[in-house]
Design a protein around this ligand. Structure first.
Ligand code: TYM
Length: 348
C-alpha cells in the first residue's frame, strides 16, 4: 500500500460479469488511485444478495469479479482486495447505521425506487437498507475518497449524512474517549473521466446495466473481439455526421455516449476525439471505436479467463485481503462500540 493523501474505498457487486460502464466509470480510476492513495477494493457480495442469487452462480461471480479487478490492473500487494462477506464488521456497522439513518433519508433513494419497481411491497428489507451497508463499507475504514460512477452520487451523500449524524449524536462520548471530534471523515466522491455515466448501446437515454435484458445493450469485459465489434456495429446512432465540438453533442444522446466511450478508452476527452472525428459519419467512426475497445478489453478478458480457470490463486488473494481489511475494520468497530456505550466483558 502506498501512503498518500487519504484512504480510498470502493466496491462492485458480484451479480454479473462486469461491463464497460463499470470499467470506464470506476475501474480505471481505481487503478490510477493506487499510485497516490492507500486503496481498499471490495467485492460487495452482501449487497448482491439484496436480490435473489443462485449460490453456485454467486460463487463463480465473486471469483469472476475478483479476476476482473486483478486483470484490470489492481495490485493485490499494494491494495487490499477482498469480498465483503468475509469481514463481518461491515454487517455489524450497517446495523448500527440502520439506527442512525432516518427512514426519510432512505425513502429518497432513487436507486431503491428503480430497483424495487412497482412491486415495492415485495422488495427485500435488505434492498431498502442497501445504502446503510454501503456507508458501513466506506466508514469501517474511515475512507476519505470513493471513486465511483455518477449513479452512486446519492448513496455517497447519504454516507456523508450518516457520518455527520454519528459524529454529532455521539460528540460528547467521542471527546470523552479522546477520539478525533470528526470521528468519521465525510468521504469525497471521486467521479471523473470522460465516461462517468455510460449509456446503453441500444438506447442513449438508459444507463448501461447488467440488468438490461438485451445483451446487445452492453459490452461485457469478457466479450470476444467479434462480440464487441458486432455490438458496436449495431449500436444505435442518429443520421447526422459527428459534430466538431462537444456543444454539438447536446440532444444527441447516442453520439455523446459513443464519443465518451472512445474518449474513456483512449484516456482522452470528448473534445480531442471530436477533433479527430468531427464531420465523420458513424460508418467511419464505429470501426475505430471497435478497434480501440478490442485493444483495451481483449488482454483483460484473456487474463480473466486465465485467472478463473484456477480459483485457488483468487481465493488466496481474497483470503489475504480479508485479513488485512478485518484488522482495520475491527479497530473501528471496537471504538464505535465503546463510543456508543456497549459493554465488552467477553474475555478475548
Ligand atoms: P455497481 O456494482 O452497480 O457498480 C460498480 C461501479 O461501476 C459504476 N457503474 C457505472 N459507471 C458509469 N456508467 C455506468 N453505466 C455504470 N454502471 C455502473 C458504479 O457507479 C460503481 O462505481 N452500490 C455500489 C457498490 C458499493 C460501493 C460500496 C461502491 C457497495 N459498497 C462502497 C463504493 C463504496 C454498486 O451497486 O455498484
Amino acid at each position: 500500500m502506498s501512503a498518500g493523501q487519504g484512504r480510498v474505498f470502493s466496491g462492485m457487486q458480484s451479480t454479473h460479469s462486469l461491463h464497460l460502464g463499470n470499467y470506464l466509470g470506476a475501474m480505471i480510476n481505481w487503478v490510477k488511485m493506487q499510485e497516490t492513495h492507500e486503496c481498499i477494493y471490495c467485492i460487495v457480495d452482501l449487497h448482491a444478495v439484496t436480490v435473489a442469487q443462485d449460490p453456485k452462480t454467486l460463487q463463480s461471480n465473486i471469483r469472476e469479479v475478483a479476476a476482473a479487478y486483478l486483470a484490470s490492473g489492481l495490485d493485490a500487494k499494494r491494495s487490499i482486495i477482498f469480498n465483503q462477506s468475509q469481514v463481518p464488521q461491515h454487517a455489524e456497522l450497517a446495523w448500527i447505521f440502520n439506527c442512525v439513518a432516518r427512514m426519510g433519508w432512505l425513502n429518497r433513494m432513487t436507486q431503491f425506487k428503480e430497483k424495487a419497481g412497482k412491486n415495492r411491497e415485495n422488495a427485500s428489507v435488505g434492498l431498502f437498507a442497501y445504502p446503510t451497508l454501503m456507508a458501513a463499507d466506506i466508514l469501517a475504514y474511515k475512507a476519505t475518497h470513493v471513486p465511483v460512477g455518477e449513479d452512486q452520487k446519492q448513496h455517497l451523500e447519504l454516507t456523508r449524512d450518516i457520518a455527520q449524524k454519528f459524529n454529532t449524536d455521539f460528540a460528547e462520548s467521542i471527546a470523552d474517549n479522546g477520539l478525533d471530534p470528526d470521528y468519521f471523515p465525510l468521504p469525497e466522491p471521486v467521479i471523473t473521466g470522460a465516461a462517468t455515466r455510460v449509456m446503453s448501446l441500444r438506447d442513449g437515454t438508459n444507463k448501461m446495466s447488467k440488468s438490461d435484458p438485451s445483451d446487445m445493450s452492453r459490452i461485457n469485459m469478457t466479450d470476444s473481439a467479434d462480440e464487441i465489434a458486432q455490438k458496436i456495429r449495431k449500436a444505435r446512432t442518429d443520421p447526422e455526421p459527428l459534430p466538431d465540438s462537444v456543444e454539438g453533442l447536446k440532444e444527441r444522446a447516442e453520439a455523446d455516449n459513443l464519443i465518451g466511450l472512445y474518449a474513456g478508452l483512449a484516456g482522452t476527452d470528448k473534445a480531442a476525439v471530436l477533433k479527430e472525428f468531427g464531420g465523420a459519419q458513424f460508418s467511419a467512426f464505429k470501426p475505430a471505436l471497435a478497434d480501440i475497445a478490442v485493444e483495451v478489453l481483449s488482454p483483460i478478458a484473456g487474463e480473466i479467463r486465465r485467472l478463473t480457470a484456477d480459483p485457488s490463486e483468487i481465493d488466496s488473494i481474497l483470503g489475504d485481503g480479508a485479513e488485512r481489511a478485518a484488522a482495520i475494520a475491527e479497530a473501528t468497530l471496537k471504538e464505535v462500540k465503546t463510543v456508543m456505550g456497549f459493554v465488552a466483558s467477553r474475555p478475548v
